[in-house]
Design a protein around this ligand. Structure first.
Ligand code: DAH
Length: 349
C-alpha cells in the first residue's frame, strides 16, 4: 500500500504507461482498479485529500485530477484502437466468397440413358449380360463371322494388346471394338432360349473429335429361340423406340450389312429436332440413325454349338453416347467425357 503522495503518483504513472498495451479484458479490469467508484486507486487517493494538511490539498488534488483525465483519455484511446483492430480483421474476410456447401453427386446423362434402355428391355424379359473389355481376336471377330482379312481387324481401327509371346491367329488380345463378342460368350455359357442386353465400353483407334471417341459405350441385344423371325426383331425395336423416345416416333428399317447378321438392317427414327422435314441435325434427311440389327447369322450360331436348323434369333447394337447426343441435342461427344459441372448440372441429380 503506497503511503506517501509521491508513491501514489509514481504508482499511478507507471500503471498509466501500461494502458497502451492492454487487451480488452485487461483494460476493463484496469479501469475498475484505478477509477472504480468504490475501491479504485485514484478514487481512494482523491478521497484521502480531505485528511491532508490544507496547504497540500490543492497541489495534490490538482495532480490527481490531472492523472484522472490522463487515465480517462488513455482508456478511451486504447478502446478505440482495439475496436478498430477488430474491424480491420473483419475486413479481411471476403463476404462475397461463396459459402461452403455440400455437393450432391448426380448420374451422368449417358449412364442415365443406358439405365433407361436396359430397363425397357428388362420389362420385355431381357436379362443383362456383361463381358470383358480385353477380348480375344477370335471372339471379337472370327466367331462373329468376320472373314480373316476384314478391314475392321486392321491395326488402324483396332487397339491390339501386347501380352508378350507370339500368340497364334485368333488368340491375339485386343480391346473389344464392339459388345458383340458377348453374344458368343452368352450363347456358349447357356443354350437357347436366350434374351439378353449387353451394356459395355468399347474401344477403337479413332481420333477424339466432335463425333468420335476412342472409348465409347454400346448396348448389344440378343434373342435366340425356336421360331424367332424378323417380325419379332421389328416389333421389339419399334416398341423400344416408342418407349424410349415417344409413342408417336416414326421408325424405319433400311437394308444394311454386318458379318454376324443376315439379313441386316439399320433402324432410323424420325428426326427429333425437325420431326421429319429436314434440318441440320438430320443432315436434311428427316431421319436419325439409331441402331444396327439383323437376324443372327447361322455361322454365329454354329460357332456357339447352337443348331441353326432349330434355332433362329435377332441381334442389335446401339451407341448410348450417340443416342444421348441425339436426345439432348448435344453437338460434341467430348462434352460427355469432360466432367464439366457447368454442363453436367443441367441433367439434375
Ligand atoms: N457390332 C456393331 C458395331 O459395332 C453393331 C451391331 C450391329 C450389333 C448389328 C449387332 C447388330 O448386334 O445386329 O457397329
Amino acid at each position: 500500500m503506497p503511503t506517501t503522495r509521491h508513491d501514489v503518483v509514481q504508482q499511478l504513472q507507471a500503471r498509466l504507461a501500461g494502458v497502451d498495451s492492454m487487451d480488452e479484458a485487461a483494460l476493463e479490469r484496469e479501469h475498475v482498479h484505478v477509477l472504480g467508484r468504490k475501491a479504485g486507486l485514484l478514487t481512494a487517493a482523491l478521497k484521502s485529500i480531505s485528511q491532508l494538511p490544507i496547504e497540500e490539498r490543492r497541489t495534490f488534488g490538482a495532480e490527481l485530477n490531472q492523472l484522472r483525465q490522463r487515465f480517462e483519455s488513455a482508456f478511451e484511446a486504447r478502446r478505440r484502437t482495439l475496436s478498430q483492430a477488430v474491424r480491420s480483421q473483419e475486413d479481411d474476410v471476403d463476404l462475397t466468397m461463396p459459402a461452403r456447401t455440400t455437393w450432391s453427386g448426380g448420374i451422368h446423362p449417358v449412364t442415365r440413358v443406358i439405365d433407361e434402355i436396359v430397363e425397357i428391355f428388362h420389362r420385355l424379359g431381357f436379362a443383362v449380360a456383361v463381358g470383358p473389355e480385353a477380348e480375344t481376336e477370335w471372339l471379337n471377330f472370327g466367331a462373329l463371322n468376320f472373314p480373316p482379312d476384314h478391314p475392321a481387324m486392321d491395326m488402324h481401327d483396332t487397339l491390339y494388346l501386347d501380352v508378350g509371346g507370339d500368340p497364334p491367329e485368333g488368340e491375339r488380345m485386343l480391346l473389344r471394338t464392339h459388345t458383340s463378342p458377348v453374344q458368343i460368350r452368352t450363347l456358349q455359357a447357356s443354350p437357347p432360349p436366350v434374351r439378353v442386353v449387353i451394356p459395355g465400353t468399347c474401344y477403337r483407334n479413332d481420333t477424339f473429335d466432335a463425333s468420335h471417341a476412342p472409348a465409347f459405350s454400346q448396348i448389344e441385344g440378343l434373342a435366340v429361340d425356336e421360331g424367332i423371325t424378323f417380325v419379332d426383331l421389328k416389333a421389339t425395336l419399334i416398341h423400344f423406340a416408342h418407349e424410349f423416345f415417344s409413342p408417336d416416333t416414326k421408325v424405319r428399317f433400311r437394308p444394311s450389312f454386318f458379318p454376324f447378321t443376315e439379313p441386316s438392317a439399320e433402324m432410323d427414327i424420325g428426326c427429333l429436332l425437325c420431326g421429319g422435314s429436314g434440318c441440320r441435325a438430320c443432315k436434311g434427311s428427316g431421319w436419325m440413325e439409331i441402331l444396327g440389327c439383323g437376324m443372327v447369322h447361322p455361322n454365329v450360331l454354329k460357332s456357339c454349338d447352337v443348331d441353326p436348323e432349330r434355332y433362329t434369333g435377332f441381334a442389335f447394337g446401339m451407341g448410348p453416347h450417340r443416342i444421348t447426343m441425339l436426345r439432348y441435342g448435344i453437338p460434341d461427344i467430348r462434352m460427355l467425357f469432360e466432367g464439366d459441372m457447368r454442363f453436367l448440372s443441367h441433367f439434375g441429380e
